[in-house]
Ligand binder design. Structure first.
Ligand code: NAD
Length: 499
C-alpha cells in the first residue's frame, strides 16, 4: 500500500491533513505526510472547559454503563486493527507486527476495563465505635490529561483512556508532535463507539495537536484533575513540578535503562532469543528496551559470540515489509544521539560492534541503523544514561550480589530481568534486596509487558502505575465514610466532650 492509501484506509479525506504549520514526517523514508494546524493557548483552555462539562455529565452515568462505551471502543478497535496497526508503523516506524501488537494491547485493555467497570470496589472497615459502619468509596476525579510519547503512539493513550472512562473521567489527549495522525485516527474510532453508545455526553475525548507548549498549558490548568504523562525524564521533571505546584495528581511514566542478568546456570539458547527481541525490537525505542546485559564471567564467552552472530543477520529495512525485524529510528536527531553515545562508550574503553548508519542509499532522508553491541569494562556514565536507540552494553560479573548492584546503580528503575535455572538466584533477584525496578522478570526479557499487571517504574522513571492490577485507583478519589446508625454520639479515641 502507498502512504496515501494507508492514510485513506484510516479514514483521512484528501486535504484533511494539509494546510497547517506543523509538519509530520514518516520515519519510513523521511517524507512529509501531513501538515497540521496546532491548538493555540486559548483553544486549549476552551477544550479544558468542554472537558469539565463532559465530566459533570459522565460522572452521573453508572460505571457499568460507562464500561459499555469502552466495550464498544474495543469492538471498533478489533475492526480497525490492521488499518491502525499499519498507520502506527507508518507514523512511528515500528515493524507492522509490532504495530498490530500495539493495537492488540489496546483491545486487551478495553476488555480489562469493561470487567473493571463492575469491580471498582472499596473496603468495609471495622469501626471502634458501637453502631457505626466505616467504608471506603471511590469516585470520579475530573478531567484526565494524557500526554504521550512517539514510541507507543496509541497504546499508552488506551491504557489511560479505557481506565479513566470507566472511572468516570473524560480525557484530553496531547499526543507526541511526532505522531499526531494515529491520535486523530483513534479519535475517529472513538467517535464511532460514541455514536453506537447513543447518549454519551459530548467531548469525552478531545485531542490537542501541538508540541510541548500545548502540553504545558494543559498540565498547568487547575481544571485538569489528573495528568498522566509518558515520555522522557526531562519532560517528567517539568510536568511533575507544574502539577505538584497546584496539588494536582500526576502519573509519570518516564525513561528506563533496563537490564538483564544472565547467570552461570542460564539457558543460553532462550537468553539469546530474549536479548535480541528486547534489545533490537522497535529499533531499541521502547521504554522497556534491553540496554544493559550483565553476564556471569563463566558464560560470557559462550553468550557474546552467539549474540554477535544473531545481530549480523538481522533484517533491517522498511517496517511495512514482511520479514523486516529492525525498522528506522524516529529521526536524524535520534541517529546522531546514538552515534554520540557510541563515541562516548568507546572513549570510556568500550568495544563497539555494529551501530553504523544503514540503508542511506535507499532512504537518504530516513534514519536506519545497524543495532550495536558494546562490550564495556564497567558501567561508565554513558551506560547509566538512556539513549533511545538500539545499543546493548555488555558487562561481566562474578557474584550475583555484584550483578544486582550493577543493575540497580542507574538513575532509572523501570524494567529488569534475570535468566537463571537456579531458584535461589531467581528468588534473590525478586526479593527485598534484589531488583529495585517496577518490573522484574525471570527468564523473560524486560520488554513486552501484559496489560494485566500494573506498569511503571521507580526513581527517575517517575513512580507512576498504569494499566492493570489496581492502577485504576490513580484515576479516582478515595473517600472514607463513617455512618452512625445508633442513637448515641460516641467520639473516636473515647474523647469526652459533653455539652
Ligand atoms: P518526550 O519527553 O520528548 O515527549 C513526550 C511527550 O511530552 C510529547 O507529547 C511532548 O510534546 C510532551 N512534552 C515534552 N515536554 C513537555 C513539557 N515541558 N510540558 C508538557 N508536555 C511536554 O519523549 P519522546 O521522545 O516522545 O519519547 C521517548 C521517551 O519516552 C523515552 O525516554 C522513553 O523511555 C519514554 N517512554 C516511557 C514510557 C513508560 O511507560 N515509562 C513509555 C514510552 C516512552
Amino acid at each position: 500500500m502507498t502512504f496515501q492509501e494507508i492514510l485513506a484506509a484510516s479514514g483521512f479525506a484528501q486535504g484533511e491533513l494539509e494546510g497547517g504549520a506543523m509538519d509530520v514526517h514518516t520515519p519510513v523514508d523521511g517524507s512529509r505526510i501531513a501538515s497540521l494546524q496546532t491548538h493555540s493557548e486559548s483553544q486549549v483552555h476552551a477544550v479544558i472547559a468542554r472537558g469539565r462539562e463532559a465530566f459533570d455529565a459522565w460522572r452521573k452515568v453508572p460505571a457499568p454503563r460507562r464500561g459499555e462505551l469502552v466495550r464498544l471502543l474495543g469492538a471498533e478497535l478489533r475492526a480497525e486493527k490492521e488499518n491502525l496497526g499499519r498507520l502506527v508503523t507508518l507514523e512511528c516506524g515500528k515493524i507492522y507486527q509490532e504495530g498490530l501488537g500495539e493495537v492488540q494491547e489496546m483491545i486487551d485493555i478495553c476488555d480489562f476495563a469493561v470487567g473493571l467497570s463492575r469491580q471498582l470496589y472499596g473496603l468495609t472497615i471495622a469501626s471502634e465505635r458501637p453502631g457505626h459502619a466505616m467504608r471506603e468509596t471511590w469516585h470520579p476525579m475530573g478531567v484526565c490529561g494524557v500526554i504521550s510519547a512517539f514510541n507507543f503512539p496509541v497504546a499508552v493513550w488506551s491504557w489511560n483512556t479505557a481506565i479513566a472512562l470507566v472511572c468516570g473521567n473524560p480525557v484530553i489527549w496531547k499526543p507526541s508532535e511526532k505522531t499526531p495522525l494515529t491520535a486523530l485516527s483513534c479519535k475517529k474510532i472513538f467517535d464511532r463507539a460514541v455514536a453506537r453508545f447513543g447518549d454519551a455526553p459530548d467531548d469525552l475525548l478531545q485531542v490537542l495537536v501541538g508540541g510541548r507548549e500545548v502540553g504545558d498549558t494543559l498540565v498547568s490548568s487547575p481544571d485538569v484533575a489528573i495528568v498522566s504523562a509518558t515520555g522522557s525524564t526531562r519532560m517528567g521533571r517539568a510536568v511533575g513540578a507544574k502539577v505538584a505546584e497546584r496539588f494536582g495528581r500526576c502519573i509519570l511514566e518516564l525513561g528506563g535503562n533496563n537490564a538483564m542478568i544472565v547467570t552461570g546456570s542460564a539457558d543460553l539458547e532462550m537468553a539469546v532469543r530474549a536479548i535480541v527481541f528486547s534489545a533490537v525490537g522497535t529499533a531499541g525505542q521502547r521504554c522497556t528496551s534491553l540496554r544493559r546485559l550483565i553476564v556471569h564471567e563463566g558464560v560470557y564467552d559462550a553468550l557474546v559470540p552467539r549474540l554477535k552472530e544473531a545481530y549480523s543477520g538481522l533484517p533491517i529495512g522498511n517496517p511495512l515489509e514482511e520479514g523486516v525485524l529492525v525498522g528506522p529510528l524516529i529521526d536524524a536527531d535520534a541517529r546522531a544521539g546514538m552515534q554520540t553515545a557510541l563515541d562516548q562508550a568507546q572513549a570510556a574503553g568500550g568495544t563497539v560492534h555494529g551501530g553504523a548508519a544503514a540503508l542511506t542509499d535507499s532512504y537518504p532522508d530516513a534514519a536506519y541503523v545497524a543495532p550495536a553491541i558494546v562490550e564495556m569494562p564497567g558501567q561508565s556514565d554513558i551506560v547509566k544514561h538512556e539513549t533511545f536507540a538500539p545499543i546493548l552494553y555488555v558487562m561481566k560479573y562474578s557474584e550475583l550480589e555484584e550483578a544486582i548492584g550493577i543493575q540497580n546503580a542507574v538513575p532509572q528503575g523501570l524494567s529488569s530481568c534475570i535468566f537463571t535455572t537456579d531458584v535461589r538466584e531467581a528468588e534473590e533477584f525478586l526479593s527485598d534486596v534484589g531488583s529495585d525496578c517496577g518490573i522484574a522478570n525471570v527468564n523473560i526479557g524486560p520488554s513486552g509487558a501484559e496489560i494485566g499487571g500494573a506498569f511503571g517504574g521507580e526513581k527517575e522513571t517517575g513512580g507512576g502505575r498504569e494499566s492493570g492490577s489496581d492502577a485504576w485507583k490513580g484515576y479516582m478519589r478515595r473517600q472514607t465514610n463513617t455512618v452512625n446508625y445508633s442513637r448515641e454520639l460516641p467520639l473516636a479515641q473515647g474523647i469526652k466532650f459533653d455539652i
